[in-house]
Ligand binder design. Structure first.
Ligand SMILES: [Zn+2]
Length: 577
């Protein structure tokens, strides 16, 4: 856990300086919510579960499961946890089941919680690793330029900074007890896929007939594993015991929900006897599985089709979320409870996936700025004080979403006001406590603590813990990521051509800076002003901050031709990764 300072500030302390009378402290979670959270704990109870002979599922060691399949003289593992530490725990438990060696790994998709623990299972990394042909490239994107914002939003959504006990604790992450990949003390141990395929792969692993089928859904590179002889289907993340995350609030590109439905239909056609997902427990029995897969695909298609119909009637996202509700037989289904995904978020995701950000109302084409809107709201309310009273009143009336919105305008006008932030924090906390959806609950509760100044979300990944992952990312990827981090204020007048040579991998790249824009080139430039030459691992370690630039240059580990001033100036033009 990141070091954190937790002090729960209740609404009562706001009243100290606002002089309000009745406490506006949000109520405790309703019995229904706390009962639901208790049930989820049971779902993630840590253990090794035998699904059928030779198939064991490790649940509750991290957010994702790892699945052991026994063959004749070896075993293979489907999904390998999100870090070396949790993977080592699972490996020790699997070793109690069988002492057969590990013959192969299979990754159902690229997400970190499924792929980062490989080296704990196979320490020398020498093993066949099956995955879809695009999985490697998706993994490279973990090192992408959006990392800062994705990390912040993920930390909120997974409750990484929330206390582990008490009323406002991180209860769970919807699909498992906690996420290990955001924990700065955990070590990444990635083994790259080396047996990849496009649409389908039939093979024999440890004497077991295995069919891998590309099944885009939760991710574009998703696959399912079909063990026909045993009637065992491993669907990856295309089904788990919660409404699917058709859109993730940490921020994801559009997930094609019609592909997701098609992939579920390919699974239904197989009529499996055992369904062993990569999150939540397995199900047994053809009829029950068929009914569950059908309800799941129907729910996704229903939300898609009704959203599209509403869009065609001209409804905007805020109206669509009221219009699209699951029918009762699906809304009550145990696999469609909104513990992880939400119908409303899915509706918004489908709208923006098809039509983008513009909701169709000309008033929203070029809306007033946040400052002007806040000032306008205050004017309507009779001044900032009126806005304050309206926000506090809404909180008291338990209109929490409205209270949060009004408080946001108040904060816009008075960014230093602790009272304003406290009203918003109280409103968000109350919204969080009403949730059975783990992502929403964690996000609300985390942002409340941020507003109170109790936590500050930063990247606390220890570079040495990330090194084994980073060393598998192609060096060209690092150079290609530089342009998006060019600082305009440092490069507005610059014109400079820089060439990179990495002799250990025999690769060369170029970056040309033209007054605020850096162009990446996949080849060494013709007449560079500056040439930088280094082994690729040296450059990676510099980027990670594991080496002092001064010592590295002094030791001659990075050589350059051109002026030292140009070199220093060039490096300063980029935001530090
Ligand atoms: Zn997952």
């Amino acid at each position: 856990m990141p070091a954190m300072l937790i002090r729960i500030v209740t609404a009562a302390s706001v009243c100290l300086f606002l002089g309000c009378q009745a406490s506006s402290e949000p109520s405790s979670p309703a019995p229904a919510e706390s009962a639901a959270l208790e049930r989820m704990k049971e779902e993630f109870r840590r253990g090794i579960y035998e699904v059928t002979e030779g198939v064991h599922q490790a649940v509750g060691f991290g957010i994702a499961n790892s699945i052991l399949i026994e063959g004749d003289d070896c075993v293979f593992i489907v999904d390998v946890m999100g870090a070396m530490e949790t993977a080592a725990e699972v490996r020790a438990e699997f070793a109690k089941v069988t002492d057969k060696p590990i013959g192969a790994l299979i990754y159902t998709h690229n997400h970190a919680d499924h792929v980062m623990g490989g080296l704990a299972f196979v320490p020398d990394g020498q093993v066949d690793v099956y995955a879809h042909e695009t999985t490697n490239d998706h993994i490279n994107r973990f090192a992408n330029v959006l990392r800062p914002i994705l990390r912040t939003r993920s930390a909120r959504m997974f409750g990484s900074y929330l206390p582990r006990g008490g009323l406002d604790a991180m209860e769970n992450v919807g699909l498992g007890p906690f996420v290990e990949t955001l924990d700065p003390d955990m070590t990444l141990g990635l083994i790259r896929p080396n047996k990849t395929f496009a649409d389908e792969l039939e093979t024999e692993i440890c004497g077991v007939q295995v069919r891998l089928v590309h099944a885009p859904g939760e991710t574009d590179d998703q696959l399912f594993v079909w063990l026909e002889e045993r009637g065992v289907l491993l669907p990856g993340d295309n089904i788990y015991k919660a409404f699917p995350n058709l859109y993730s609030i940490r921020g994801t590109p559009y997930r094609d929900v019609r592909d997701w439905v098609r992939s579920l239909d390919r699974m239904r056609a197989l009529r499996p006897t055992y369904l062993v997902p990569s999150h939540t427990r397995a199900i047994s029995g053809q009829d029950e599985i068929q009914e569950t897969l059908t309800a799941y695909r129907d729910a996704i298609q229903f939300v898609h089709d009704q959203t599209v119909q509403g869009m065609n009637r001209g409804l905007r996202p805020d109206e669509l979320v009221d219009a699209v509700k699951l029918p009762p037989h699906l809304a009550g289904h145990p696999y469609l409870q909104e513990y992880y995904g939400k119908v409303a978020w899915s509706v918004r995701g489908i709208f923006s996936g098809y039509l983008g950000w513009f909701d169709g109302d000309a008033a929203r084409l070029e809306p007033v700025s946040p400052d002007d809107r806040a000032a306008g709201m205050a004017a309507l309310a009779g001044g900032v004080e009126g806005l304050q009273h309206a926000a506090e009143h809404a909180l008291k009336e338990e209109k929490y979403a409205w209270a949060a919105e009004l408080a946001s305008h108040w904060i816009q006008l008075a960014p230093a006001s602790r009272a304003a932030k406290q009203v918003k924090a109280d409103a968000l906390r109350a919204l969080g406590r009403e949730q059975v959806n783990a992502n929403a609950r964690n996000y609300y509760l985390s942002q409340a603590l941020e507003l109170e100044g109790m936590i500050e979300i930063r990247d606390q990944t220890k570079p040495e813990n990330a090194l084994s992952f980073v060393s598998t990312v192609p060096i060209g990827r690092f150079i290609a990521a530089m342009p998006a981090n060019l600082l305009y204020e440092k490069s507005a007048d610059a014109e400079l051509v820089v060439g990179f040579r990495f002799p250990d991998v025999d690769e060369a790249y170029g970056i040309e800076i033209r007054r605020g824009v850096a162009e990446f080139n996949d080849a060494f430039p013709e007449n560079p002003d500056l040439t930088i030459r280094a082994d690729s691992h040296v450059w990676r370690e510099l980027v990670l901050g594991l080496r002092s630039p001064i010592k590295t240059f002094a030791a001659g580990d990075v050589k350059f031709s051109g002026s030292a001033l140009d070199l220093v100036g060039f490096l300063r033009m980029f935001r530090k990764p």
